[in-house]
Design a protein around this ligand. Structure first.
Ligand SMILES: Nc1ncnc2c1ncn2[C@@H]1O[C@H](COP(=O)(O)OP(=O)(O)OP(=O)(O)O)[C@@H](O)[C@H]1O
Ligand SMILES: [Mg+2]
Length: 356
């Protein structure tokens, strides 16, 4: 299959293991995100794929040819890779056009110039061709870096936190433009981010890495969001409501009704996590499972509000939860409402402190 294949990578700096048996595939035309906490080895993996860090174990192939394995190490310039790193490091003493044509040293001067102008046109910066990097805004420089990475028509693009220097509006725009350009070229892209929403937006597949440099879960954004394999992955996307309790008769009672725990032995303490948007609020009861709650506060975030609610009756009377509801929500206008849970946003995991 065309694309990037990374197999069985282990990596240590001195005595410290950084990557543990990492394998992944990025088919041509797809974008895979590595999502993980600071220090988990994301940049190290990218540098190994690029040939900037010596491979210690495992193998790397691009478009079915091996570029690194024990005893073989192709230099970075022979791997047909485009890079874009966090600081996008344009050469300050070169014009924008010369920055973009920098990697085209195998072509004639004229061909390199034409290709650079073609790339600058794609990112909407032809009128800056003769400017120097310091004359451009951060977002414009980022686009130049993208044009430079894609100019040699690489087989693989490696992006390391490419948008982190930009403010949120610019970031959203450049992210979209980058994605559009990558998808037009059918290149394989491996991108690093520690922003889960960015990973969701950009990726065909996400690899969630843990602090110890191993892959915790890998899948489409929809799998990672709606079927997180453990509490850590579930919590990556922001705050959740948590309910703890023992399983009895294959179910666990919560404030919002029973949750099926069929294969779990009676007495095991489980943790149920409910995403904030998994609780919806209604002025009238519309389903038998709706529960009455008091609204305590509401905070408008713009596109949604975070509403603090308290159970009004039943065994969990007084227990508080948070819900994320669409748009503005005026708590004074609706003191008492009904809460309903979306089963897609409920996850349960064994309590890590339950020692059985
Ligand atoms: N050249 C090096 N020599 C020694 N240790 C290193 C070297 N490069 C990285 N490390 C260590 O390896 C670990 C992984 O670093 P890496 O840069 O790959 O993490 P990362 O996942 O990219 O983190 P971040 O999200 O902060 O960029 C860290 O503990 C780091 O301190
Ligand atoms: Mg890094």
């Amino acid at each position: 299959m065309q694309g990037l294949h990374i197999h069985g990578i282990h990596h240590a700096y001195g005595d410290t293991d950084v990557l543990n048996n990492v394998s992944l595939t990025v088919p041509a035309g797809e974008l895979v995100c590595l999502l993980g906490p600071s220090g988990c080895g994301k940049t190290t993996l990218l540098r190994i794929a690029a040939g900037l860090e010596k491979l210690q174990a495992g193998s790397i192939s691009i478009d079915e040819s091996v570029v690194a394995e024990p005893g073989l190490e192709l230099p970075p310039e022979d791997r047909k890779i485009g890079f874009m790193f966090q600081d996008y490091a344009l050469f300050p003493h070169l014009t924008i056009r010369d920055n973009v044509s920098f990697g085209l040293f195998r072509q004639s001067k004229q061909a390199a110039r034409d290709r650079a102008m073609e790339m600058l046109e794609q990112v909407g910066l032809t009128r800056h061709a003769d400017d120097y990097p310091h004359m451009l805004s951060g977002g414009q420089q980022q686009r130049v870096a993208l044009a430079r990475a894609l100019a040699p028509a690489p087989r693989l693009v490696l992006l390391d936190e490419p948008f982190s220097g930009l403010d949120s509006n610019m970031r959203a725009r450049i992210r979209q433009e980058t994605l559009t350009m990558l998808k037009q070229t059918n290149v394989a892209t491996l991108m690093v981010t520690h922003d889960p929403r960015e990973a969701m937006f950009m990726s065909d597949r996400i690899k969630v890495m843990g602090a110890n440099g191993q892959v915790l879960q890998s899948g489409r954004p929809v799998d990672i969001y709606y079927k997180p394999v453990d509490e850590y992955v579930a919590r990556l996307f922001g705050p959740v409501n948590m309910i703890e309790g023992p399983v009895a008769g294959g179910r666990l009672e919560t404030s919002f009704g029973p949750v099926d725990s069929e294969d779990i032995p009676d007495g095991q303490i489980m943790r149920v996590l409910i995403r904030l948007e998994g609780l919806s609020l209604h002025y009238h009861s519309g389903a038998p499972t709706d529960v009455p709650v008091d609204v305590l506060t509401a905070h408008l975030l713009g596109d949604s509000s975070i509403v603090h609610i308290r159970m009004r009756e039943g065994p969990n009377k007084g227990v508080e939860y948070r819900a994320r509801v669409h748009g503005s929500f005026d708590p004074t206008a609706h003191g008492q409402v009904w809460a309903r849970v979306d089963p897609r946003c409920i996850f349960q995991y064994p309590n890590p402190e339950d020692g059985r």
